[in-house]
Design a protein around this ligand. Sequence first.
Ligand code: BDP
Length: 734
Amino acid sequence: MVSLTRGTGEIRTRTGLGRGWRLVACWLAVFLPVGQALAEDGHDLWLRYVPVQEAQAAAYRADISELVVTASTPTARATRDELQRGLQGLLGAAPPQAGKVGRDGALLVGTPASSPQLAALKLDLKALGEEGYLIRSVRIGGHPATAIAANTDVGALYGAFHFLRLIQTAQPLQALDIREAPRLKVRVLNHWDNLDRHVERGYAGESIWDWHRLPGWKDPRYTDYARANASIGINGTVLNNVNSNAQSLTPMYLEKAAALAGVFRPYGIKVYLSARFSAPMEIGGLKTADPLDPAVRRWWKAKADEVYRAIPDFGGFLVKANSEGQPGPQDYGRSHVDGANMLAEALAPHGGIVMWRAFVYSHEQPDDRAKQAYSEFVPFDGKFARNVLVQVKNGAIDFQPREPFHPLFGAMPKTPLMMEFQITKEYLGFATHLAYLGPMYEETLRADTQVRGPGSTVARVIDGTLDGHALTGMAGVANIGSDRNWSGSHFDQANWFAFGRLAWNPHLGAEDIAREWAKMTFSTDPAVVEPVVAMMMGSREAVVDYMTPLGLHHLMGRGHHYGPAPWDAGSERADWDPVYYHRADRNGIGFDRGSHGSNAVAQYAPPVAAQFDDVAQVPEQFLLWFHHVPWEHRLKSGRPLWDELIAHYDRGVDYVAGMRRTWDGLAGKIDPERHAQVAAFLAIQQQEAQWWRDASIAYWQSLNGLPLPAGHAPPPKPLDYYQSLKFPYAPGNG
Ligand code: BDP
């Protein structure tokens, strides 16, 4: 009997199941109502390839009567295999393969170089570059056909995934004319994975990299990882934590990284490594890591040569230097430019790049932490080598549920800046809170820096169009681990998906992406898709509401970052303490970053600075980010700040209750296994949302002594109860 439930480690492949599978597929299509599915554990991600309704499948089968792919390279074979697997699953049978188009309804896939029939079509592929593709309804020898054409095999692979997505999302296959090319060049995941398989800020089990058994054992998961990433256009992966271990650069670990690179290569995915700045001392036996020391420079050149001998298409280094205790050039009185350019010089002959992080702040610096990256980096604009990207987090503090866009965007026109988003939800409830991050990414990407007048969006800064940069990129701190469902929860898969889609095109809309994902992940039935998308679209705002409304930030427990602790104070660094950020007392609350305060507003372009500086004009969502105001301060609603805060807390908690009701209503329309886990997680989320609300209110009340506005329940426990809770074993820490 065909196993339709759990696979054995790989995303289920149905290739080769033959007639038996076809019968089962027909049976399913006939007997299961739309959306009703078999038990699933989420391992298949958005590449489930479950049968579409039989009537539709029949129509699609007529559109795709044969598959013509010249599978002469590993990438082309991966393309052919994916199309076979996908079509077999979706349509109940993979179309037969042919050497050339010979009848109506052929699907012709490849490059003009690999296929004379494609070459004869003389399609205009020039503007598609190395990774773009075209999907077009054409006629070949009098036969209607569909062409997926690209300049490279990887472009054709991306096109194949797009084509499958059309079917997965129930789109028509007639009169197709799709042209796609990525807007960003470097689209990478950053794994914060340690060599002992602990994942810093990981909530999905341990690292998927089984370093000990590599290179001998290549877990089939690595191939599925590559397929999943390629399906959304991700073309690189940084294997190890930014808080890095020099061991990753030793011959033994390079051999292991090379094995992974070999698995990923057919899918267009390059391997990168985080480089520890002090590696020349730790594994090289040198007495210094001074970037201007000739021996250090020689060491890095030799190391780069060695890396490229092991991994000829190695992507480059990611570096966290002089940040949170990591070593860096400043240890030797040198600058970020000295450090980055030394590595860039070593990589340049091989075509590698350096992604140098701008996430820096120093405890010796008394200045507002939000200002420090800008102050340190802007003076170096134009001084970095050509193969350096400066990697900037979306906001100036640290991946909070909401931050204004980082003032570095637009402030370094002569330097390519890449975006760093966090996909893992370190500050948004770990894996048990349902928070779709698409709207958060979109909010930052669409923010208008105004540096060159209106329309100077962050998206245009990073896609290079604002200042004419060819080297562009986006990084996402991965949420992937050894859990069956990869991301720790079913809905967290959407954040990986959304990151990939936005890295491909930062101008896409979060809601469209959510809709695509929901159709591919759960069902194309509108009775499922629409409520799921609606839940997702408000979910991040709900987290903001119950954790950090109105511009509050960094109020979570110290170290582990789990749960509320706005009272935390007295740690080794003031800027790790919530009290540093909210500055609440009897009279008011908020961080004054205006012209009379830290003047962080001055780091933005004048019109933006003026808006943020004016308490009457600042968007209320950033009020307490930029201003310290009395508890009585009136908001646009006419309510005093205190009442408004409470309203936000309750709105956030209510939203979660609403998501639970919606989700309960979907029982029977979603497979029971995934439905049950989401339901259980939503129950956890509701409890924790309530906890954030109650603990926060209890603390603010201990400072301001204000009663709750009518109709809002007081926290059920005294403040010292919330303060007594300790979480030494919360996941992802340290
Ligand atoms: C912080 C994380 C820490 C990371 C750091 C970083 O808590 O674990 O090392 O970001 O981005 O948010 O380097």
